[in-house]
Write a protein that binds this ligand. Structure first.
Ligand code: ZN
Ligand code: ZN
Length: 143
């Protein structure tokens, strides 16, 4: 995923000034005010943030355990794309995925704590993701 570079406003070029304005700020100066540009003092350079591409890569959000499980379930499906109809979604080992989904739904994120695990011996809330959720996500990541 990519988003428009905020430094050069998607143009890929900034001015070679101390502030490094987007090049459009200089390129659109009215005649008479653009002397520095016409004299060659101010020139466009490749934007260092996006290396001249105008857009920067956005780190995708880490998947939740449920999303990982669904992704894994989808990966495990036999491909029926040749028929144009995917009627197998969720039907491959359905009990296994239903069981895991049920566990993940129980061990849900409750404002940073695990609702199901409750509190430890010192009455401290168990932080989420708890060991149960971590065990499932780790297994899915290794798959
Ligand atoms: Zn840029
Ligand atoms: Zn838990």
């Amino acid at each position: 995923m990519r988003k428009t570079c905020s430094r050069c406003l998607g143009e890929g070029k900034i001015a070679n000034t101390d502030d490094g304005e987007p090049w459009s700020a200089w390129a659109t100066l009215p005649p008479g005010s653009d002397l520095a540009v016409r004299m060659g003092f101010v020139r466009p350079i490749d934007c260092p943030d996006c290396e001249g591409h105008g857009s920067v890569a956005v780190e995708p959000k880490p998947l939740t355990a449920r999303e990982q499980l669904d992704a894994y379930a989808a990966k495990s499906m036999p491909s029926h794309t040749d028929t144009g109809v995917d009627d197998t979604a969720g039907t491959y080992f359905p009990e296994v995925f239903t069981a895991l989904r049920a566990v993940l739904d129980l061990h849900a994120d409750d404002a940073g704590d695990c609702r199901e695990c409750g509190v430890d011996a010192h009455e401290e809330p168990i932080p989420w993701p708890c060991k149960t959720v971590t065990a499932i996500t780790t297994a899915l990541e290794d798959s």
